[in-house]
Design a protein around this ligand. Sequence first.
Ligand SMILES: *Cc1c(COP(=O)(O)O)cnc(C)c1O
Length: 474
Amino acid sequence: MNRRNYNVSELRRLDVAHHLPAQSSYRLQQQMGGSRIITRAEGSTVWDAEGNAILDGMAGLWCVDIGYGRAELADVAREQMLELPYYNSFFRTATAPAVELAAKLASLHGGALQHIFFNTSGSESNDTVLRLVRYYWALKGQPERSIIISRHNAYHGSTVAGASLGGMSFMHVQGGLPIPGIEHIMQPYHFGDGFGEDPEEFALRAADALEERILAIGADKVAAFIGEPVQGAGGVIIPHRAYWQRIEAICRKYGVLIVSDEVICGFGRLGRWFGYQHFGFTPDIVSMAKGLSSGYLPISATAVSHEIVETLRATDDDFVHGYTYSGHPVAAAVALRNIEIMEREALVDRVADDAGPHFAEAIGALADHPLVGEVRTLGLIGAIELVAEKGTNRRHGKGGAAGPVVRDACIARGLMVRAIRDTIVMCPPFVITHEEIDRMAAIIRAALDEAVGTLAHLAGLPPPQLLEGAQPGL
Ligand SMILES: *Cc1c(COP(=O)(O)O)cnc(C)c1O
């Protein structure tokens, strides 16, 4: 394949003139003379338009699980486009890839999660969840059961429903969110909110906040609880095992549906096919996206329990919900092949038994660095907490300054990581080699060393003008 040549300065000029990138400051985009332009990728490495190789410690945006450059997926997409590039799934219509993918997902879940609704993005899946659970309770004759409980600092997407379900206050302030009927409880963030407390006791306290809120609202008004098994964009918050067990018990006690948002955790990220399997709870509904297609095409899926579908089957009425691209045949065919590749190459086992343990050891070794307050990993997801004083969870200045400094130092050395305030997060492809993991750890250590000096310098200056936005990196 011939590589295209790019006129980088012209692309960056056009970027500023015409392109509004997502989750970005348009002033900083302009000040920087355009966005970072990525032109190609292979394995776990991406290249920018200037030709710099960057090891992708984020798997794109938590999604390119099988790595870049899989010609097989391009072949499948081409074949499906020639056979049937598009048809919809409105009014009891289906395409073969959508049906086959639904059956595949049902078999991966097993149990009661045997029914799949398709959407195009994680956000849209959570929009589906919101409408579905309220419609379900209405059909059950309990329309007042409409409130959905989520958590502060959760991430459930960027549509109106997604951002409302999410607990990001900086997102709520734009656009008058959250919409009514959504409540947020505390998150199980031990390092941030329970420092020094026994981890299990803290986890139970965080879970019990759900019961307190249900009782405050009235159990007969609560439709569902939604949570990510491990909060991703909130800072890779890995709860103690006791947390989800207690959450499940509380939901069952009050008849509240459990929604597991597996958009990041699903498809092997934690070393099992789904995050709920790692934590040992049984959701009623599951949102999947990102790793579903390893990001090669936009597609998401909402798995729904048999009991819910039986309730929907008690009427001839339509579930008046769905998208033009629900069950898109090309995206579904690519997702199906993505899952087949994961199975053929045993990539979920690789996360659990090989790459994951190596990642835990290599990244875990950074815990001795003077800037590091905690390192957490699970499977191939991880976080490094940056602190001003070792042995505490005290941040530099008002907090939020250290993360971008370390992140930018990593990127400058050829490693893509993200900073969520003062938490450096990582989420590499499942195919990342041991050598690449070691290189990640070495680059982060060098970046931390450099940051010691930079942060000392910043401490003597007025509040820093942060280069690439101080917002959490979603
Ligand atoms: C990324 C993400 C979403 C939103 O997915 P989009 O495809 O960006 O709409 C929802 N939930 C979680 C847990 C996510 O990480």
